[in-house]
Design a protein around this ligand. Structure first.
Ligand code: ADP
Ligand code: MG
Length: 701
């Protein structure tokens, strides 16, 4: 049988998963580990030792020679430092060894990772701590152990620590509310995430010739070809063989790592595609998405392709995003966002729905911050992705339900009977009743919410930290209001609570077209945030109400928060800085010489023709020479201004003022350079530019 036919065996074959654990671990150790995984309880060292031995044996059997604590520092990428299992035992011999201590704790030097000021106050030493809730796996001959990364004094330096904290907070608050409304068998609630990942695939040869793609991940110059995405012929189109081969390989690699890649299709832009896995517990989904992005790039290499994960690789056609499908599930297996079939389920559904509406309304600014990045700024509000205004789409039917709750009126289910929604009765409605509204940043899609504002390269950790924490906060308020209500009054207390909450926060619900100017005006009237750019959004991260939120739920201490704020600002400025330098370099050393050379050629041709008394095309040539030489001079001046402003930006002390300057001045300078260059590019014959043009890149297959 071929490899493909044995997918079930292949699937997860490189993962130290539950089956391997059950096979390899003594029964009592397995039980203790499961308890740790399920209830987040502390793991004793003797258990860790035993797990380490089994893990090492399994890893060595599968070809591993090294292990690494794999973590997610604030760079946006993952980090790893490899140690081999070998331990000398004298006589020049070695054994393969791995202890519980090495499994649970590592000590990488933290000093070279972004710490946003935490570094100055704390020691350089950092710790990585094993996260047993995300399974270890083997990649390239190394055993990867997912870990959290913190400083010597326990300050989080990574993206996993706050995520785990937020999951704990949500679990605690949701469980209390559920217990109070009678779901007494629930002892924990997890959040689940299914991230849909968009990406571009381009020819490696083309990539290697473009400094902008290499240094910045996006093109900084390039005129649109005659054909872009306007024919809408790529979306869900037949997958070309070259891409199909890539996708097939990618699936196999992901499956080996236990990543349930499920759906793949072409996206709107030429060369753009999407991959979605089956959803998982948030922590695992986050790790898997990081791995997916990495494997996407690696597999592309093998196919002489390059996978671009930048949010806007090409101007003029759609960029790439990531949809964060999100829900909550009890330890008893109930999806809390499933509207359900019975009145009891509905009470539960409505209380969680109300909590989400309130959370999104109150912490919309944080949701916006959680998706803010220089790359994503090109998409949000540009009619290809949701606007920067965060609102909720419920769909027509659910909106009617909400209306009837608010007004104590009858809910009329389309085409059927009238029902009094008074206390409990919400008729069952199916998934299909929520329409698709791609313009909404946060849409209810049947039994989950889909947060659609994420950029394609973003770690999904951040947005989920915010969702979990904001919803945990509202649930804790709900619990405060319900906790002293006797059991027989709970039903109507919940009804009152839901009504009150929805009435206070319905302004965030919007079912219309989010791409229109009317919505921008309407949102302003409603008092919703419209934080257009990253520098506009970031200060919200450290607003007093948000500091209080994070501290109350033990997600970020004040210093952790301040440090993250600094890192985000710094990252913004650095990114634009590199883009500016790259643009200057390309224009001065590649674009202008090409223009100059072609203008010289035309001049030589005009001179020759005139001396021969042949004037064929001389008028056109002269016109072009004028356009090119005028443009050449102007371009030089514009690059000069860009360069001066960039020096100014670099010398600024205040990081917020600096980020704003990069946004307001440098991006504008860059845009002027680009638009002039692109207008000149159309006069240049093929082969004049030393790098491939848009049309050479976008239509390669
Ligand atoms: P779409 O209609 O957007 O294509 P799908 O049903 O295909 O929706 O799901 C898109 C993503 O949402 C997939 O990754 C899927 O696994 C995920 N998803 C489905 N149910 C849930 C859930 N309860 N929690 C989180 N993600 C979910
Ligand atoms: Mg979707």
């Amino acid at each position: 049988m071929s490899k493909e036919q044995r997918i079930p065996e292949l699937y997860g074959s490189l993962v130290f998963n539950d089956k391997v654990m059950r096979d390899k671990l003594p029964k009592d150790i397995y039980k203790a580990l499961r308890k740790t995984i399920e209830n987040n309880t502390h793991l004793e060292l003797d258990v860790a030792n035993s797990v380490a031995v089994a893990m090492k044996e399994w890893a060595v059997e599968n070809g591993a020679t090294h292990y690494t604590h794999w973590f997610q520092p604030m760079t946006g990428f993952t980090a790893e430092k490899h140690d081999s299992f070998i331990t000398p035992v004298g006589n020049g011999e070695v054994i393969m060894d791995f202890s519980g201590k090495e499994l649970v704790k590592g000590e990488p030097d933290a000093s070279s990772f972004p710490s946003g000021g935490l570094r100055a106050t704390f020691e350089a030493r950092g710790y990585t701590a094993w996260d047993p809730t995300s399974p270890a796996f083997i990649k390239d001959g190394t055993l990867y152990i997912p870990t959290a990364f913190c400083s010597y004094t326990g300050e989080a330096l990574d993206k996993k620590t706050p995520l785990l904290r937020s999951m704990d907070a949500l679990s605690k608050e949701a469980t209390r509310v559920l217990n109070k409304i009678g779901q007494t068998d629930v002892t924990g609630v997890s959040t689940t995430v299914g991230p849909e990942q968009e990406y571009f695939l381009i020819e490696k040869e083309a990539y290697k010739q473009r400094k902008d793609l290499i240094f910045t991940g996006r093109t900084l110059l390039g005129a649109m070809p005659p054909k872009g995405q306007e024919m809408e012929d790529h979306y869900f189109g037949a997958i070309k063989p070259r891409v199909a081969a890539y996708m097939h390989d990618l699936d196999l690699e992901l499956w080996k790592l236990g990543i349930p890649a499920k759906t793949k299709h072409n996206e709107v832009a030429p060369c753009q595609h999407e991959l979605a896995p089956v959803f998982d517990t948030t922590n695992i989904a986050v790790d898997h998405n990081q791995l997916t992005m990495e494997i996407m790039k690696k597999v592309a290499e093998k196919h002489d392709l390059v996978c671009l994960l930048h949010e806007k690789p090409f101007a003029g056609i759609n960029g790439s995003g990531k949809h964060n499908n999100w829900s909550m599930i009890t330890n008893t297996g109930v999806n809390l966002l499933d509207p359900g079939k019975t009145p009891a389920d509905n009470t539960q559904f409505l209380i969680f729905l109300a909590a989400i509406i309130e959370a999104v309304d109150e912490y919309a600014d944080l949701m916006r911050v959680s998706v803010a990045s220089p790359g994503n700024d090109h998409r949000l509000g540009a009619n290809e992705a949701p606007p920067a205004i965060i609102s909720i789409f419920l769909g027509e039917e659910l909106e009617k339900v909400v209306e009837s709750i608010k007004n104590d009126t009858f809910f009329e289910k389309s085409g059927t009977t009238k029902m009094n929604i008074g206390t409990t009765v919400l008729p069952h409605f199916t998934k299909d009743n929520t329409d698709r509204n791609r313009t909404s940043p946060f849409a209810f899609t049947g039994n989950k919410f889909e947060f659609r504002s994420l950029g394609s390269s973003l770690s999904v950790s951040g947005p989920n930290v915010i969702l979990n924490t904001a919803v945990a906060e509202v649930l804790s308020r709900f619990y405060e209001k319900l906790k002293d209500v006797p059991d027989d009054g709970i039903e109507s207390a919940v009804h009152e609570l839901v009504k009150e909450s929805i009435t206070a926060h319905e302004r965030v619900i919007f079912n219309g077209n989010g791409y229109t100017d009317e919505w921008v005006k309407e949102a302003e009237k409603r008092g919703l945030y419209n934080l257009r750019s990253t520098p506009d959004a970031l200060p919200a991260f450290i607003a007093e109400k948000n500091k209080a939120l994070f501290e109350k739920h033990h997600i970020f201490t004040e210093s952790e928060l301040e440090s993250r704020y600094e890192i985000l600002l710094e990252n913004y400025s650095k990114t634009i800085h590199i883009e500016s330098l790259t643009l200057k370099d390309m224009v001065l050393t590649e674009f202008m010489p090409a223009v100059g050379e072609y203008a010289d050629q035309l001049t030589a041709s005009v001179t020759a023709k005139t001396s021969l008394d042949s004037h064929l095309g001389c008028k056109a040539d002269m016109k072009m020479i004028r356009i090119l030489s005028d443009g050449y001079d102007k371009l030089f001046d514009l690059v000069g201004k860009l360069s001066e402003d960039t020096d100014k930006a670099e010398s600024m002390e205040d990081s917020l003022a600096q980020a704003k300057f990069y946004h307001d001045e440098i991006l504008k300078d860059m845009e002027q350079v680009r638009s002039l260059a692109d207008s000149l590019e159309v006069y240049l014959p093929d082969g004049v530019l030393p790098y491939p043009k848009y049309e050479d890149i976008l239509f390669y297959v």
